[in-house]
Design a protein around this ligand. Structure first.
Ligand code: APR
Length: 245
């Protein structure tokens, strides 16, 4: 399954970066976006995942985020998440760049995490930008509001919005410094995240894709491993830790 070149490079690497997408949480039961049962097959992003839609109908958008938060609160990280915690201990510098807002990488204990699209467990005020830990939305009569009176929104990046600049910059620096770069469980169609594997490749990294199916970057990467992340990543960790201990 793994080329000797990959194993050799990992055994000598000091800097490794990983980009994850919804596919890494699929085996935990979190729906992906563009898969068969994907969220965008059932829901319209233009009605739910953009700022104007939120200001037009905050109740609808909060109902939808509550629905997603309920799913996420009822699932557990899977072996792929745990394998990334183990991988983080094997390299001097390990960067976990995620498009996921599901908080599972944090829950499982990874340390260096760049959340490109925010985190569904965080909230902030649309007026004063204050971060608000806990919000409780039950119905349209008590929409979450900040002390300043502003509406509170989930701290996630919606379509048409800029990504958190410092996180984005750190992610591109990590990709450009990496010796081995993994792209795991992402369709690699949403920018700017989808440019990170390319950035790594152009900076000389050995780029590996792990996905259940080919993607638009499969011809660009050095190694494309087809299969479930929850099955492949634990095997990879075993393979590179043999002889290390
Ligand atoms: N293991 C590995 N890959 C998997 C698995 C699995 N068990 N299950 C699904 N996949 C792959 C799919 O083949 C697909 O290529 O994961 C990918 C999920 O792709 P998307 O649903 O497009 O999700 P993602 O790439 O994370 O979307 C990027 O788009 O909608 C926005 O903000 C949202 O962060 C999201 C961004």
């Amino acid at each position: 399954m793994f080329s000797e070149q990959l194993i050799r490079k990992l055994k000598n690497a000091k800097i490794v970066a990983v980009l994850t997408g919804a596919g890494i949480s699929a085996e935990s039961g979190v729906p992906t976006f563009r898969g068969e049962e994907g969220l965008w097959k059932k829901f319209r992003p233009e009605e739910l995942a953009n700022f104007d839609a939120f200001m037009r109908n905050p109740t609808l958008v909060w109902e939808w985020y509550n629905y997603r938060k309920k799913i996420i609160s009822e699932v557990e990280p899977n072996p792929a998440h745990y394998a990334l915690v183990k991988l983080e201990t094997l390299f001097e510098n390990f960067y976990l760049i995620t498009q996921n807002v599901d908080n599972l990488h944090r829950r499982v204990g990874n340390k260096t995490i760049y959340e490109l699209h925010g985190n569904i467990m965080r909230n902030r005020c649309v007026d004063c930008n204050k971060n608000i830990e806990k919000v409780n939305f039950t119905n349209e009569d008590d929409l979450p509001r900040c002390d300043c009176g502003g509406l509170i929104r989930p701290d996630v990046v919606w379509f048409g919005e800029a990504l958190p600049q410092q996180v984005l910059m750190n992610s591109f620096i990590a990709a450009s410094k990496s010796e081995v770069f993994f792209s795991i469980g992402t369709s690699a169609v949403i920018q700017p995240a989808a440019s990170l594997p390319l950035e790594a490749k152009q900076s000389g990294a050995y780029v590996v894709e792990i996905n259940t199916e080919p993607t638009v970057i499969s011809n660009l990467v050095d190694e494309s491993i087809l299969g479930k992340a929850g099955e492949i990543l634990p095997q990879l960790v075993n393979k590179i830790t043999i002889g290390l201990s």
